[in-house]
Design a protein around this ligand. Structure first.
Ligand SMILES: [Zn+2]
Length: 410
């Protein structure tokens, strides 16, 4: 048996999105509809009814983990997602290159959306050092203003606030402990010292002098957010005895795949944006399954980004690209022994422009699945679906059809 999970991020919508219809209803999706014809459909509450999911918590839940028990914060997935080594006890953060004035007023949280020269900033920041000699610091830049930092040492805590005011025109704020513990106090102190150090390291670098001479904002400070330790979760292999691959372009999703023990691969010409050549993810998944993997997870980001931008036309166009991905899988998977689930990690209505708690349509297809009568795949048609309404756990349900689950009880 083989299993495939395709997540179209932010797939779900509301009837207010496009003249009384959702983007998924408006999009021309013959292949996705073919999944509905062949399979069983329903609605998925990514975490549970009435919980408004983040992408990270929703993915954990869809993979069968309970985010209320295992979720530690986003920073660790970002660090893993850009290829950093993360060990038990490490505290990870997402970072931004940002711009402050000499009084530490935040002028821009993304340093003028810096695109070039971040390798020079990264090199300079290798000198970041804690005054506590037993704590090691690792920094890595990612795309544009983004990066991650890992603190390694005994007695550190992820229970601290962001050193990031999350808005401009205000002074930098200090990280504070969220709990009354020595570890949290010490970690917050280290973060505050690193933020200040980053300013002294970065402010006079040649790249920043050059940016200023060109009228651009200098990248002269690091903002820290999303403090998180590595979640204590068993891998997919430990839970199910299977080898899987995660195919994603966004750092968060690569990081989640690594955190649950999937090997991660990047398909050619994929970007994590709406312009990504996502068909290559389907090709890579088929190759990986032919080369011995049991399970492929394909993450497709663009629909969510278009919805955050309130752009219904773009979301519709992206869903039609996703339809080509499904078409390739329909043509190239071995349907005698493959089960596939297709869904979103949450609903992102284009009018609201952010995640909401509404459920998303889900479909399961494969030889062991009893199909229902639903012939189109969208928020409205699946109301009649045979799967009814489920909460998270898409992957355990999928693996159940593959006969990969251990028996609960005797
Ligand atoms: Zn998402």
């Amino acid at each position: 048996m083989k299993a495939v999970l395709v997540i179209c991020d932010g797939l779900g919508g509301r009837p207010t999105d496009y003249n009384g219809k959702t983007c998924l209803e408006v999009a021309n999706t013959p292949n996705i509809d073919e999944l509905a014809r062949r399979g069983i459909t329903g609605l998925l509450d990514p975490i549970k009814p009435g919980v408004r999911p983040g992408s990270d918590t929703a993915h954990l839940s869809i993979f069968g983990y309970d985010p209320e028990k295992v979720y530690t914060g986003r920073g660790v997935f970002e660090a893993l997602g850009i290829g950093m080594d993360v060990q038990d006890g490490d505290v990870c953060f997402r970072t931004n290159f940002a711009t402050v004035d000499e009084n530490f007023n935040v002028l821009d949280r993304r340093a003028g959306r810096i695109t070039e020269g971040t390798d020079e900033l990264e090199r300079a920041l290798q000198s970041l050092k804690s005054s506590q000699p037993d704590v090691e610091i690792f920094f890595k830049a990612s795309t544009e203003h983004r990066g991650a930092i890992v603190l390694r040492g005994h007695g550190l805590s992820g229970q601290i606030t962001d050193a990031d005011p999350h808005k401009t025109g205000v002074r930098m704020i200090r990280s504070e402990p969220l709990v009354d513990s020595e570890a949290a106090r010490r970690t917050a102190e280290i973060v505050n010292e690193l933020v200040e150090q980053s300013y002294h390291i970065l402010k006079d670098l040649p790249i920043n002098r050059k940016r200023e001479s060109e009228g651009k904002l200098p990248a002269n400070i690091l903002l820290f957010r999303g403090a998180a330790v590595k979640p204590d979760i068993p891998s997919m292999e430990e839970l199910y005895g299977i080898k899987g691959v995660g195919i994603a372009a966004g750092a968060l999703y690569i990081g989640i795949a690594r955190a649950i023990g999937l090997e991660t691969k990047r398909a050619e010409e994929t970007t994590g944006g709406a312009d990504s050549k996502i068909i290559n993810k389907a090709k890579l998944a088929v190759e990986e399954l032919q080369n011995g993997k049991d399970f492929a997870f394909i993450h497709l980001k663009g629909a969510d980004s278009c919805a955050h931008d309130h752009d219904a036309e773009a979301k519709i166009a992206y869903i039609e690209k996703v339809d080509e991905v499904i078409g390739y899988l329909l043509d190239n998977l071995d349907w005698d022994d493959t089960h596939l689930a297709f869904t979103g990690d949450h609903t992102t209505p284009v009018v609201y422009g952010d995640h909401v708690s509404d459920p998303v349509p889900v479909v399961f297809v494969g030889p062991n699945i009893m199909p229902d009568d639903v012939e189109r795949f969208n928020e409205r048609s699946v109301l009649k679906g045979g799967m009814g309404r489920i909460s998270g756990r898409v992957v355990p349900i999928l693996f159940g059809y593959c006969n990969w689950l251990k028996k609960y009880g005797a």
